[in-house]
Design a protein around this ligand. Structure first.
Ligand code: AQP
Length: 354
């Protein structure tokens, strides 16, 4: 065998309301990938306690992410949907990876720097080690492809570094058990137990920006609710947020060039294009020369038409959580069985007695 079997893995943190950035940057891609790949989609609850330890309504937050997956069109029968803490092998492999990875690698992560802010000494150790757990989430299934937004690119590069170092450090243990696959990384032949994961970043909108500041990414943890469109927002809220979205006084240009230096206009056009399944150039050909007073109502209509079926299905699923709980339980069992096969091999490769 000269290739790892294609397997898609991705996760979303239950840290608050899912927003349009999460949907366009990640979940929409999750849905599209189901047709061609075996997929595992995870609510990464262990990650949610890295930046904020106590979440008063964590159980429902976890359910609501799973509800968003299902309402968006993920099929939990054909693929696997579960929450991370139900599969302890993630944390076990993360410990191994904490010992493989170097502190310097973690210190360079821009997300750590952003989230820890000026008070780095007071950030949790978990926040620093976050990318190591993320690598374990993926590699505990030996997944090969990871659909994510642009903000996760650096973490995936680190996952590749961790996989590579594990493959090299434990080369003997991997060969001894007759495990692993011969692959080429760059020019170098490597006998690999873990694959070099491929990020799948391209998509309708790899980086959706805040509606209040076109230079900041749309984020669940932004204190301003006006900065994002939540998947659970009703029509009035969507309409209000788009009407209040920051713009500049000029109308829309007819060419892409005219969006340069206009981050808010660029963002709104990008959102429209992603929702419509068209390119930004096509949207500008349609709306070039028009004022935002014309463009914004069109964006409101398109946003509501796309999101309201998802929102109403999420609400229905969250009204009686027995269905979601059953999906997560079954998904957890299926994921655990697969992760345990890999962990047993990892324990043998390292040389732990079992
Ligand atoms: N603004 C965004 N544009 C495109 N993709 C985005 N993603 C997040 N924000 C955007 C993608 O959504 C997936 C799930 O993200 P996450 O919840 O695991 O963590 P995050 O990247 O840290 O997202 P948030 O919304 O900004 O959450 P907080 O505020 O809690 O940190 C990922 O694939 C991510 O790339």
């Amino acid at each position: 065998m000269s290739e790892f079997k294609r397997l898609v893995f991705s996760g979303v943190q239950p840290t608050g309301n899912l927003h349009l950035g999460n949907y366009l940057g990640a979940i929409k891609k999750f849905v599209a990938l189901q047709a061609e790949s075996d997929c595992i989609y995870c609510v990464v609850d262990l990650h949610s306690i890295t930046a904020q330890l106590v979440h008063p309504d964590l159980k429902n937050q976890i359910r609501s992410i799973a509800a968003a997956f299902i309402a968006s069109g993920i099929d939990p029968e054909k693929h696997i949907v579960f929450n991370q803490s139900a599969v302890p092998q993630h944390a076990e492999l993360a410990w191994v990876f904490n010992c493989v990875a170097r502190i310097g690698w973690m210190n360079r992560m821009t997300q750590f720097k952003d989230k820890a802010g000026k008070d780095r000494e007071n950030a949790s150790l978990g926040l620093l080690a976050y990318p190591s757990l993320m690598a374990a989430d993926i590699l505990v299934y030996r997944a090969t492809h990871v659909p994510v937004g642009d903000d996760q690119k650096q973490h995936l590069e680190l996952a590749r570094d961790i996989a590579m170092k594990f493959n090299l450090d434990f080369a003997e243990g991997i060969r001894q058990g007759g495990r692993g696959i011969d692959i080429t990384v760059g020019e170098e032949p490597v006998h690999a137990y873990f694959p070099m994961v491929e990020p799948l970043i391209d998509g309708p909108a790899p980086r959706v920006m805040s509606l209040r500041d076109g230079t900041k990414k749309m984020s669940k943890s932004d204190p301003s609710d006006l900065s994002r469109i939540n998947l659970m927002d009703d029509e009035d809220a969507i309409s209000k947020k788009i009407r209040k979205a920051k713009t500049d006084p000029d109308g829309l240009p007819s060419e892409l060039e005219g969006l340069k230096g206009r981050p808010e206009a660029d963002n709104l056009v990008g959102i429209y294009a992603a929702l419509a399944g068209k390119s930004k150039a096509e949207i500008l050909a349609e709306f070039g020369g028009q004022q935002f007073s014309v463009f914004k109502p069109a964006l409101v209509d398109l946003s509501i038409a796309t999101l309201s079926p998802i929102t109403s299905e999420m609400r229905r699923l969250m009204d009686d959580t027995t269905h979601i709980d059953a999906i997560l339980k079954k998904g957890g069992e299926r994921a655990r069985a697969r992760a345990e096969v890999v962990m047993n091999e990892v324990r043998d490769i390292i040389g732990f007695l079992r």
